[in-house]
Design a binder for this molecule. Sequence first.
Ligand SMILES: Nc1ncnc2c1ncn2[C@@H]1O[C@H](COP(=O)(O)OP(=O)(O)OP(=O)(O)O)[C@@H](O)[C@H]1O
Length: 504
Amino acid sequence: MTSVSTRSMDFEEEARKARKCYMYGDYQKGISFYKSAIEKLRLFCQTLSNESEKKRGNECIAELNRELRLTEEHDRMIDDITENLLRKPRNGSDRAAGGDVDYDIDFGVPIHHAAVDERPTRDPGFNNRFAPQGATPFQQAPGRPQPVARDVRSANNDPRRRNAPSSASNNKQKQPDNKRVNNQPNNGEKKYQPVGAEKDLVEGLERDIVQKDPNVRWADVAGCTAAKKLLQEAVVLPRFMPDFFKGIRRPWKGILLFGPPGTGKTMLAKAVATECKTTFFNVAAANLTSKYHGEGEKLVRLLFEMAKFYAPSTVFIDEIDSLCSARGQSNEHEASRRAKSELLIQMDGVTGAVGGDDVSKMVMVLGATNHPWDLDDAMRRRLEKRIYIPLPDMETRQQLLEINLKEVQLHGDVDLNGIAQKLDGYSGSDITSVCRDAAMMQMRRATENLSMTQIQEQAQVLKEKLQLPTIMKDFEDAISKISSSVSKDMLEKYDKWMKDFGSV
Ligand SMILES: Nc1ncnc2c1ncn2[C@@H]1O[C@H](COP(=O)(O)OP(=O)(O)OP(=O)(O)O)[C@@H](O)[C@H]1O
């Protein structure tokens, strides 16, 4: 049972990634994920004995094949367009002002071909901005590759935006052309209005980056007391005490959260969005760079224009080092260099409170990274507060166990204190994995040596067995299988960077 279910999950994951890649225009990667999903689903179907399930599985394979063909077609099309554009003679309207300048291939499409950071990250899924709704084995695939449901927020139905600063004079100040921030009355609500070719990019940003209440509370984040306090000071208090946070006491404009992977940096950022009720822009740095000359730069500019328009806002840039690594390195892509410079310029334009000391117009940049030492000096300076989010201490590990196991029934022999001690050196996400694994042990024992048909036949008996509580041995087994994902060397590196550059 274990291996069968694992294969099914593998297929779901591959299909989900394939669709994400398609959405982001990364067709090459999408193609290989589709192929792998199809192969895995085919193997999974071979293990099935139920005819109707088999039939639905085959329907899904056919649908995935169709999506694969579509992706291949788009990939060919992009190649053709690129080739044609590059072959054009450099004269007439194609010649950029100033003579010998590179072609500006700008298809005006949203966030396509994002330069993906090659380093392994915890989540290959573009910063988790999609809800986990990839295809399930027998869920009918949609008619064409569709974006899976995400935190899409229409500016028109978000109450925060209704209160967004909207005075025409203010908008004029920010945007001389005044068209960009034209407030179109729509049931009395204000909406950022892009002009011309930027429409697609703005729609892409609204769809992918503006995040509605991510529903993470301070209490959901174990430990991180110093970070929580500072974030509250930086974002929450200025809203309640605007008169105090002025002049030299103006709110921080940039905060960096750094530390080992899986320690709660993203959760903290989400808690800021939920608790502070600022408009939340959740950006994966890789999505701000583009292989198309100029597009990343434009995206950064639009992102900040929108953040100012919908202020107070928090712009969360995950893996910020991948966009703001030390400049001038030989492997630095021109497009990403320009996007990075634009980001620095934009950050200078937000001074904690945009437009003087009015905190209702505050835009705060919150960066997160696992590689703080890769950060550009200029960006480091702009992220005025640099907070280390370390591995959880004993107390935090106990809290993490309680948070993770609140819905799991535990046997009397389970000693959470003892487990927390054994988990010294584990990150928050490692601890979550241990809890999940332990909580699954009962199911594994109950279904061991049973075929799928037997599982279906004995569903009622199994249901009772699955009610049995998780025992101490389940945790011991899980801990022996899952090791800490952070090495001692890395921890020393973080400590050193904290000593050199930390600021709390
Ligand atoms: N302090 C914490 N409190 C509660 N859960 C945590 C905490 N730290 C980690 N987790 C668990 O680990 C998962 C990953 O956490 P999160 O994405 O916030 O880590 P991160 O530091 O942003 O990682 P990365 O640097 O790899 O992006 C969470 O979904 C949660 O289950």
